[in-house]
Every structure is written in C-alpha cells, then in structure tokens.
Design a protein around this ligand. Structure first.
Ligand SMILES: Cc1cc2nc3c(=O)[nH]c(=O)nc-3n(C[C@H](O)[C@H](O)[C@H](O)COP(=O)(O)OP(=O)(O)OC[C@H]3O[C@@H](n4cnc5c(N)ncnc54)[C@H](O)[C@@H]3O)c2cc1C
Length: 378
C-alpha cells in the first residue's frame, strides 16, 4: 500500500485529498491497460480519462487557472498505476498548455474537446537541430496574404501521428534568437503536415518526426503576440516541469512498494531479505529520496498555485531532484529483485525503462542545473 501520509501536508486542501482518493479508486478499476498497441492504448486512455472527468484538470478555460497541485497529484497517481495513463493525461495538459495560459476564446474551443477526451493534443517545440537550445529554432512562419505559412521539421513529438491538434513554435523573426519565435495552434489535418517517421523508444509511446511543407494557418492561429513564442513555451514548461517530477515520484513510489513486497517474502531457508540490515538501509534511502522529491514537487506546485508568475527555480529543482532520485530508487528496486528485476513482465523492469526519458525531456537534467545556478547567482 503506497504511503498516503503526504496528503496531510499543508500544501494541500481538502479538495486535493478528495481528488487523490477518487482517482486512486478509479485507477484501481481501470488501470493498467494493455500496452501492445500504444496508439490504440493512448486513444482509449484519453477517452477513459475524459469520461472519468480527470482531463478537466488538464486545461484551464477563460478566467480559470491551472491547478498545479491537482496536475501533480493526478500524474503521481496515474504513473504509480500505469506509465501510459500518466503519459496520456500529461500530453493533454502540455499540448494545450499554451492555450490554457494565453489562448483566445476561439482557440479555447479546442480545450473543450481535449478536456473531454474527445481530441488528442501535442506540443511541437523540438527540432533535429534545436533541442535544449530553443533559441536556434529553424522552422519558419511567414506572414502572407492568407495568414501564416510554416515550413520546417519537428522531432520527438509525443502523440505525433495520433494528435488532432498541436501547439507549434516557429520563427517569425521579430528579433534574433529567442525573441523572434511565435506559438501557433495547428490542427493535425492541415494540408502540408506529414509524419516523416515514427520514433521507437525503450518505453513505447506515440512519438513522431513531423514535416511541415507550406502549411497555411489563419491569423487566428497565433497564440499571444508574434515574438512571444519563447516566453509562452517557457511559461508552459514552468507549469509542467513540476508535473514531470510528480510522474517520476509515482514511478518511484511504485518501485518502493514492489521492493517492500519482494524483500518481505518468506525465503526457502527461513526469514526474508528484509532481515538484512543492508537491505533495510537501502529501503530507508529509497523512502528518504521519495519524501525529499515529494517536498520539492509540492513546494513548487503550491508556490505556482499561490499566483506566482514564474517558478523556474522551484520547478527546475523539483524536476531535477525527483527524476534523478526516481532513477536511483528504481535501480535499487531492480537490484533487490535479483534476476527477476530485469525480467520482462515484472513491474520494476518496466519502471526502469519508463523513468529514463524523464531526465531528458522538458529540459534535460543539466539544463535544470543551469536554470538553478542562474537563479541563485542573480
Ligand atoms: C520520450 C521523449 C518525448 C519527447 N516529447 C517531446 C514533445 O512532446 N515535444 C517536444 O517538443 N519535444 C519532445 N521531446 C524532445 C526533448 O524535449 C528533447 O530531447 C530535449 O529537450 C533534449 O534535446 P536534444 O534531444 O536535442 O538533446 P541536446 O539538446 O543535444 O542535449 C543533449 C545533452 O547535452 C547536454 N546539454 C545540452 N544543452 C546544455 C546546456 N545548455 N547546458 C548543459 N548541458 C547541456 C545535456 O547533457 C543534454 O542531456 C521528447 C523527447 C523524448 C526522449
């Protein structure tokens, strides 16, 4: 049984505790799902999460604010039950994050669909030559008589190939570097948008390399003002980075639960692995790292929910610590399982694959270190 005592921390209100309990009960009935066809699994998960009402939390309508504590609690809970369920929930939020924060009423009509589980969204920022360094984005958007004309490539786009709508960042050239980017809302059925490749990764989920050839978007597709794309992308990441930490926390809690059950099993020669003090020491280290991660995540989420405009330092600390700690916790859970730890079909083997990408996407660990160092140097 996972530790629930953290729900009593002062970061939470009663509505958060009710949300966590309600989702736990839902997850016990609906998760995990079959992962063999990840496209079908994700489409089914989005529909189910929408029908269950959980996707309401993935976006914010006019006059509403994203509740980051709820986003984190939902991701933590789903990740503990099923990595693909967490992915499906998270992408509805990340994909539409720019619209939640900066969208017009017309753009928010898409939110009605994504929050009901009736449309799938993606966020297209990364390019073959522009990953950590968004300022070198090469995809262009040129203003023409019919609106904006986009050309370029985007890669490692989650939900690429199954999304109904993307937010895409492109160069509009108001100024050099980061100050010359803009954000656009782009329906997936627009002419000129193609899936160049599907990308296979160690913890499979829908991922694609997209091509844009003379894609025409209307003036109303522009999110915020031209030239604000970098600011918009960073504001979205400011909200969702803490939630990546929360997903890592869910994976780590599951790994500790699996390890606890394993080491307390009776052994052939009597007693259990848990009798060894060294094993107890490893369990203590795992629990300590989990609590430290949770404190950083819910500190960041609570701070954002107090209305603080940017929480770059808190979010970077939460994501960096939680993802790195989860990797160590899961690695120890694998170790405590012996040979079974690396065997297909065991939960810790899947967690070992699931956690790795979280230290890379939405800002790699070293990029988070740069953000933290900049914030403390003033
Ligand atoms: C599973 C998965 C899903 C993804 N989903 C999406 C998505 O939905 N949308 C999207 O737009 N992108 C997505 N990405 C892309 C992801 O955000 C990028 O992979 C990430 O930002 C790193 O960029 P890169 O791969 O080009 O690596 P690089 O930028 O080349 O970085 C490689 C390494 O170089 C080092 N490094 C780079 N820059 C710095 C720096 N400034 N300081 C110190 N060290 C540095 C770090 O060690 C870093 O890990 C996804 C990636 C993965 C793996």
């Amino acid at each position: 049984m996972p530790d629930r005592t953290f729900l009593d921390w002062p970061f939470f209100e009663d509505r958060h505790r009710a949300l966590a309990e309600g989702l736990e009960a839902w997850a016990e009935v609906h998760l995990p799902v079959d992962h063999h066809d990840v496209d079908a699994a994700c489409k089914g998960l989005v529909a189910a999460l929408g029908a269950g009402g959980w996707l309401r939390y993935s976006g914010a309508g006019a006059g509403e604010a994203l509740d980051v504590r709820s986003l984190c609690l939902i991701r933590e809970t789903l990740a503990r039950h099923d990595g693909l369920a967490d992915f499906s929930f998270a992408m509805q939020g990340l994909g539409m994050g720019a619209v939640s924060l900066f969208g017009t009423d017309v753009q928010r009509e898409w939110l009605g669909l994504t929050r009901a589980g009736k449309a799938i969204s993606g966020f297209a920022l990364t390019e073959p030559g522009a990953g950590s360094d968004v300022a070198v984005t090469a995809t262009t958007a040129v203003r023409g008589a019919d609106g904006w004309v986009l050309n370029g490539e985007k890669t490692y786009i989650s939900n690429g190939g199954i999304a109904d709508v993307y937010v895409i960042i492109a160069r509009t050239g108001e100024a050099p570097g980061a100050r010359g980017l803009s954000a656009f809302l782009m329906p997936a059925d627009v002419a000129g948008l193609t899936v160049l490749d599907r990308i296979e990764v160690m913890a499979p989920h829908p991922l694609a390399h997209l091509g844009l050839k003379d894609v025409v978007l209307p003036e109303t597709a522009l999110i915020g003002r031209a030239g604000d794309g970098f600011k918009i992308a960073m504001s979205v990441l400011d909200v969702f980075r803490s939630t990546v930490g929360a997903a890592a926390l869910g994976f780590a809690r599951r790994a500790l639960d699996e390890a606890l059950a394993r080491v307390q099993r009776p052994r052939a020669g009597g007693g259990s692995l848990a009798d060894y003090q060294m094993v107890q020491g490893h369990l203590a280290d795992m629990a300590l790292q989990i609590d430290a991660a949770a404190l950083l995540i819910y500190r960041a989420a609570w701070t954002k929910d107090q209305g603080v405009a940017r929480i770059s330092r808190e979010a970077a600390m939460a994501k960096l610590y939680a993802t790195e700690a989860a990797q160590k916790v899961i690695d120890m859970a694998v170790q405590l399982h012996g040979g079974d730890g690396v065997r297909t079909g065991f939960a810790v083997e899947a967690l070992y694959r699931e956690i790795r990408a979280l230290r890379i996407y939405e800002g790699a660990s070293d990029v988070q270190r740069v953000v933290i160092a900049r914030s403390i140097m003033g």
